[in-house]
Ligand binder design. Structure first.
Ligand SMILES: [Zn+2]
Length: 64
């Protein structure tokens, strides 16, 4: 399952990584691999954020 053309498994630019923050605790996120897929992980709560086509899916937890 490899797609060519948009480099969607390459990861995010470092400057983008630096401005991203966990929506729950505003901590920094780092790159992680989950089942071989490029993802982001909060350094504090260890929550994993999926990255779809180069766009990190970072939604706050729903606690209602
Ligand atoms: Zn967090």
């Amino acid at each position: 399952m490899e797609k060519n053309g948009r480099g969607n498994n390459k990861g995010l630019p470092k400057d983008l990584l630096e401005i991203l923050a966990c929506p729950d605790d505003k901590s920094q996120v780092k790159e992680a691999r989950v089942k071989g897929k490029y993802s982001l992980q909060c350094v504090k709560c260890k929550r994993i954020f999926e990255v779809r086509e180069g766009i990190p899916i970072m939604l706050p937890k729903q606690e209602t």
